[in-house]
Design a protein around this ligand. Sequence first.
Ligand code: ATP
Length: 517
Amino acid sequence: MAQQEEVFKKIVSHCKEYGFVFPSSDIYDGLGAVYDYGQNGVELKNNIKQYWWQSMVLLHENIVGIDAAIFMHPTTWKASGHVDAFNDPLIDNRDSKKRYRADVLIEDQIAKYDDKIEKEVEKAAKRFKDQFNEEQYRATSPKVLELVEKRDALHKRFQEVMNAEGGIDLEGMKQIILDEEIVCPISGTRNWTDVRQFNLMFKTEMGAAAEGASTIYLRPETAQGIFVNYLNVQKTGRMKLPFGIAQIGKAFRNEIVARQFIFRMREFEQMEMQFFIKPGTELDWFAKWKETRMRWHQNLGFGAENYRFHDHDKLAHYANAATDIEFHMPFGFKEVEGIHSRTNFDLGQHAKYSGKKIEYFDPETNESYTPYVIETSIGVDRMFLSIMCHSYEEQQLPDGQTRTVLHLPAALAPVKLAVFPLTKKDGMPEKAQEIINDLRFHFNCKYEEKDQIGKRYRRMDAIGCPYCVTVDQQTLVDNTVTLRDRDTMEQRRVAISELRGIIEDKVSITSLLKNLL
Ligand code: ATP
């Protein structure tokens, strides 16, 4: 684990050093859990968004997109339940003045028991070597059994307070923190305040105060922009059920504990699709969207073993099925996307609060009803992070050197082709520019003439550029160049006229989309 943390730290610094992700307002020492995307990051992010958007809107005739405003009528959030229930339980330590999520403190404590159990097992494995029978040890070691009992009891108590009648039992939560003797990691003390609910929505004012300014919220999810536009899109697009509405946009949550770089941010971006269906068909559609979304992820070639579903046992009162797609990050399997069967809850609530009839007239059965919804909801930034984590490698080369390379899927790479003149003489730079001028309309190209070729290759490896081309003396004679592959580092001689044909197919989003059909 410690090694994985080390790798994660390196990925975070790599993101900054190579223009992928910077802390927001960096010259003022950053702003908590807010980040900016740099010159390479924005290209990668745009490519991720394109891959998602096209897989939804181009590949499905019955899915259309919208782009709703971030500000919405405040009643939206009353209807959706966010004003009353989009809360996290928080607790402060009076000595360090640090604020924590009470549920996270308890989850960390459970994880500590798990760690202790694993350490016991590892120690025994070392001690008994070949004689070690892990199953038997886990079932009989008094130390392990005692830790498992404590862990399970804590887990049970935690479940009880989280699922108490009428919402989370805040006093019960504090009692657990006291009983478990959980200390503040900064002050080391147990001087805790009571646990309080904290609403995660950011508020602001619209209009000048004199005119009667009203409180509005920065949207905490993009989904509601889709629900409130259901009628507009269904009518103007003459959409027939089943159909979907897709949207990519910013969302804002005042996360109490923002951790792990761009995994949990206060301003982030979501790609959400609400699929409107006939009531009664939701479990079939839920299964279908689970499969479709998992294929989309696995299509990037990171290996099926790095993904898993985490089906929810506890469902929100309006949902009748929910799962997360988790990806193997350096800090464990973590949610990247949620897929939820939300029944007719949201449309029903908006109908109630707006007084509008939000229904679908089914021409096949001649009846009107409120459609059910399957939602797929993925965070662009978490997707970005998972791609970075999986692509980053410090590779040992046969000559004893190491190179840092990002094995980004070629279709997502910020720069697809780098063109280098071997030297700055004999018309090589001009020839290199000529190649770029020809290819720049088809994919993102970069020109580099500084430093030795080896160094230029390394710089391109570090930003995940899949192909490099070098213009040399021979080019000037026969119009051929060396084409170098990022992953294999192999170089081959090809005619300039062939470059587009060789590269374009491999680096286009279409190449990814074709596998999804
Ligand atoms: P978590 O349990 O990690 O807080 P969530 O279940 O609240 O996430 P959803 O409300 O289902 O998340 O949001 C859908 C997706 O939006 C998540 O799968 C994730 O990719 C992304 N997302 C949610 N919150 C954040 C955040 N604070 N920073 C970055 N991405 C986020």
